[in-house]
Design a protein around this ligand. Structure first.
Ligand code: C2E
Ligand code: CA
Length: 430
């Protein structure tokens, strides 16, 4: 049955039609599979209502099938995902791609005008079936176009992206990470590393941040940047975070039990946690289970999370504060920092992003900006920590302007637990 809303085929009808079109395709022709969606469609629905959202989809589909070049068939796959096939009889793919881009730009333009919404943007991925790949499974071809669409979203710089084989391998490695992480947790392949935080004035270790590492059975280390962003797309990241939280609580408890010195340890909170309040009960349970005083526990929420989900973040902070846990704003200055936000959110620590120290020698402008932020945190009764300190000059400058604490390779890279224990025994890193 065809899709009632858009009048296009269903996916089940589309696949055999496409197969037929490919087998009937003349030698010199090329078929383009164009897989598209509307950026921020959820925003549109939430703001203008589903009825208007539906009309937008119907209108977009209508233009897909009537306008543009060489339309063969089209379907709505799910939600706002629309796929269509177009034929170019002379096989000039460069020109054809140009026409597809033009046609999509035109659809966007019309939709923006008709629906009085400047935010309407489309994303599309394109896969070409020519004589050389005529034998391809059409569903693979559709999924390649979809991969290109996803890449288009990641890159964010071009609304229409042509499929490249590297995209498939990238997605393969993503899938491998997604399918092996649970096993990795169960096999104890994940490990918490600790990066000391240093008091600017005394040079003593006053805390640490726990950072996850994945050490594969063959000894290769996978850094969080390679797997966290992938796992963050689903709830899988929550298992990773909880694993690290357990490690940290167990570590602090072991030191307390042995009568050893303890410093507060901060843990990262992934944006997935914002969907529910579950983490709060989880942390309460951890405190009860390990009997760790909450003054040793700190959570880091990124600046972007604070901006995008201010209300939810406030709920978290209030709940953490009620438990006696402090909260820091991570990566401050890396996004669109909103100074107003700082006056609204009762954060305890501002962690200045390491982008401020990108150049090893600080320029005058950078110095002014860092100094102003540090002064502002003081006035707001928050404490300040600068990340990514790599040189002695940077460290002295930060101490000079009264930045409370520092974290960075100048003092120590994130280290394994045993090494961190050794550092704690000495009390400082240099
Ligand atoms: P982040 O929270 O901003 O963590 C700081 C990152 O900066 C760490 O990278 C750390 O190794 C690196 N770093 C520290 N000092 C320096 C320096 O002086 N120079 C340079 N160039 N880099 C420095 P890492 O460990 O690779 O972690 C990357 C990101 O992955 C973290 O950024 C955090 O967002 C995320 N992450 C790490 N562990 C976890 C976790 O357990 N859960 C969640 N949700 N995210 C995590
Ligand atoms: Ca962090």
């Amino acid at each position: 049955m065809s899709d009632q809303l858009t009048g296009l085929d269903s996916y089940e009808e589309f696949v055999p039609k496409l197969k037929q079109a490919v087998s009937d395709m003349p030698e010199e022709a090329v078929i383009a599979i164009v897989y598209s969606d509307i950026k921020h469609f959820k925003y549109f629905n939430d703001t203008y209502g589903y009825r208007r959202g539906n009309r937008l989809l119907a209108r977009m589909s209508e233009m897909f099938s009537s306008g543009g070049v060489g339309f063969l068939c089209g379907a709505r796959v799910v939600s706002d995902n629309i796929v269509c096939a177009r034929i170019c009889s002379d096989g000039n793919t460069a020109e054809f791609l140009g026409k597809i881009k033009e046609s999509i730009a035109n659809i966007e333009h019309v939709l923006r005008k008709e629906f009085l919404c400047e935010r309407i943007r489309m994303t599309a991925g394109v896969f070409f079936i020519d004589a050389q790949v005529k034998g391809i499974n059409v569903e693979t071809a559709i999924s390649n176009a979809n991969l290109a669409r996803k890449q288009s979203k990641i890159d964010g710089n071009d609304s229409v992206t042509l499929f490249l084989p590297v995209m498939a391998s990238r997605i393969d490695s993503e899938l491998e990470i997604i399918s092996t992480i649970e096993e990795a947790i169960n096999n104890h392949e994940l490990e918490a590393y600790y990066q000391p935080k240093i008091d600017s004035l005394t040079g003593k270790i006053v805390g640490a941040e726990a950072l996850v590492r994945w050490v594969k059975p063959n000894g290769t280390m996978v850094y969080p940047d390679e797997f966290i962003p992938i796992l963050e797309k689903s709830r899988q990241i929550i298992n990773v975070d909880y694993f690290i939280y357990n490690e940290v609580f167990a570590f602090i408890k072991s030191r307390l039990d042995r009568g050893e010195s303890v410093v507060p340890v901060s843990m990262n909170v992934s944006r997935q946690h914002l969907k529910e309040l579950e983490i709060i009960d989880y942390v309460k349970d951890l405190c009860a289970k390990y009997k760790v005083p909450t003054k040793y526990i700190e959570f880091e929420l990124t600046e972007t999370m604070c901006i995008e989900r201010t209300e939810r973040v406030m709920e978290f902070i209030n709940a953490f504060h009620d438990m006696g846990i402090s909260v820091s704003m991570d990566d401050f200055g890396s996004g669109y920092s909103s100074l107003k936000l700082l006056s609204q959110i009762p954060i305890d620590v501002i962690k200045l992003d390491r982008c401020f120290l990108r150049s090893r020698e600080l320029g005058d402008r950078e110095k002014i900006i860092i100094t102003s932020i540090v002064n502002m945190t003081k006035e707001l009764k928050m404490s300040s920590l600068c990340e990514g300190v790599e040189t002695s000059d940077q460290s002295s400058f930060l101490a000079g302007i009264g930045c409370d604490a520092q974290q960075g390779y100048f003092y120590s890279k994130p280290v394994k637990l045993d090494e961190f224990r050794e550092l704690l025994a000495v009390g400082c890193t240099r």
